[in-house]
Ligand binder design. Structure first.
Ligand code: ADP
Ligand code: ADP
Length: 234
């Protein structure tokens, strides 16, 4: 079963002479329980694809199905609900709230969901322990290393047990050891927790943690590589 499906996605920014075609007919299936890396040169459409798949940006034509639901035609309210219930986000900039502790940042999506998603303490413990955050829960973001902050952001993305996690350069700000910890966790969350992860990255080492790499060029998939290795991605 596909957790996310893109069919003939076209995204054009602007109009007339200023029009830029960022996605030029993208069709991809992201199977449930798989970890896919999206790679490609700057400007090839990686961020746009991720934003369209996540329902953060509207498409010009074509369709996106998230867990079988067609995004086009959903009103803003239903789209927001769908994202809150089904999708987790990990961004490069962490987006942690500085005045909250790690524990409070992690459970923030549950507070925002306002009771539609109750805290499952066993799940929280599993996420927190797997990410090695048990003894950091009372710390505020400024008291954590970059790798620890990114792991808090991962825990926050997973706390609602989303079907799909979108990660945009999740290791972009990290040293290689912290980056490896975050990638190992994303891989584990796919293979042991059944999550579906779609990650944009520039980094061949990061991509080698995925089950599959899709290469974009000029807004189109040009290669679809199963079981990537660093050597083959470079
Ligand atoms: P990547 O993530 O691979 O660097 P992007 O998806 O950011 O690529 O961009 C793809 C193309 O779309 C680029 O030519 C970029 O300049 C253009 N683009 C992206 N976002 C916008 C926007 N909001 N308005 C206009 N053009 C955009
Ligand atoms: P990335 O490093 O992921 O490729 P960019 O630096 O290209 O991201 O873009 C960062 C943000 O700016 C994105 O949200 C993208 O949509 C927007 N953006 C990119 N290119 C343009 C553009 N030419 N005009 C307006 N917004 C853009």
């Amino acid at each position: 079963r596909a957790a996310v499906t893109a069919r003939d996605l076209v995204k054009v920014y602007g109009t007339g002479d200023a029009a830029v075609t960022a996605l030029n007919g993208v069709s991809l299936d992201f199977a449930s329980g798989t970890f896919t890396a999206i790679m490609g040169p700057s400007g090839s459409g990686k961020s746009t694809l991720m934003h369209c798949l996540a329902g953060l940006d509207t498409v010009t034509s074509g369709s996106v199905l998230l867990g079988g639901t067609e995004l086009a035609g959903l009103g803003d309210t239903r789209l927001t609900l769908l994202r809150r219930e089904r999708v987790g986000f990990v961004f490069q900039a962490f987006n942690l709230l500085p005045t909250l502790t790690a524990a409070q940042n992690i459970t923030l999506p549950l507070d925002i969901a306002g009771g539609r998603r109750a805290l499952d303490p066993a799940w929280r413990d599993r996420v927190v322990d797997t990410l090695g955050l048990r003894d950091r829960l009372r710390h505020r973001p400024s008291q954590l290393s970059g790798g620890q902050q990114q792991r808090v952001a991962c825990a926050r993305a997973l706390i609602t047990r989303p079907d799909v996690v979108f990660a945009d350069e999740p290791t972009g700000n990290l040293d290689s050891r912290s980056g490896a910890e975050v990638l190992s966790f994303l891989r584990m969350s796919v293979h042991e927790l059944g999550q579906t992860v779609v990650m944009v990255t520039h980094d061949a080492a990061a991509a080698s943690y995925a089950d599959r790499v899709v290469f974009l060029r000029d807004g189109e998939p040009v290669e679809d590589m199963p079981e990537p290795t660093v050597e083959r991605v470079l």
